[in-house]
Design a protein around this ligand. Structure first.
Ligand SMILES: Cc1cc2nc3c(=O)[nH]c(=O)nc-3n(C[C@H](O)[C@H](O)[C@H](O)COP(=O)(O)O)c2cc1C
Length: 180
């Protein structure tokens, strides 16, 4: 698929077919992360591929908005060593988007489950919860979980409504960029 077609067609897919994702495609998703840029090329990340049904079910309870992980055959948990980079959030966000876009280019569906700054319940953060489920060391922060699988829902590609040209300025904030 051509790159701009991937960008237009990528939508959040939260329901998945009961069909495993071939191991080679998971390898490709991981390859896409290793190709990502990072500040000072520090590459502070670590990924946990989860395909154990019980663990996926547990992750689907991490917080509100994670339930789609229960039908995902695989999820990639994006973590980074905060002692290695002060901009681990930016570095990890880029890899998470690489995973989402690569999934679409490979004919899969994917969605982002935000973990950082979200709560599991009144007392426990979603990050602590995920850390416990997957035995993640203290210095590794959990940004998000990308659920991946063959789509069981269809969504239209992004249309003209997302092109908010008024959000682009030219040389000075608020001076409209004129699209050709
Ligand atoms: C930082 C971030 C956090 C998100 N968190 C969640 C989430 O916790 N659960 C979820 O179902 N979708 C989540 N999403 C997906 C957004 O809801 C989705 O991208 C947005 O509604 C636009 O729809 P689209 O992806 O189909 O274009 C998140 C997306 C981003 C970028």
């Amino acid at each position: 698929m051509e790159f701009f077609e991937v960008l237009r067609k990528r939508r959040s897919i939260r329901r998945f077919q009961d069909r495993p994702v071939p191991r080679e495609l998971v390898d490709k998703l991981l390859e896409s992360t290793f190709l990502a840029p990072s500040s000072y090329n520090k590459r502070p990340w670590h990924f946990i591929v989860v395909d154990d049904g019980e663990k996926l079910k547990a992750l689907s309870k991490a917080k509100l908005g994670a339930s789609g992980l229960a039908t995902a055959p695989v999820a990639i948990v994006v973590t980074a060593d905060e002692t290695k980079s002060d901009v681990w959030i930016e570095d990890s966000s880029i890899v998470a988007e690489h995973i989402q876009l690569s999934a679409f280019a490979l004919g899969l569906g994917a969605f982002w489950v935000q973990i950082r700054n979200r709560m599991h319940d009144e007392t426990k953060s979603a990050e602590e919860y995920v850390r416990e489920v997957l035995s993640i060391p203290e210095n590794y922060r959990v940004l998000c979980i990308i659920g991946v699988g063959y789509p069981a829902e269809k969504k239209p590609p992004h249309g003209e409504e997302v092109f908010e040209w008024e959000k682009a300025s030219h040389n000075t904030f608020g001076r409209p960029w004129k699209k050709r």
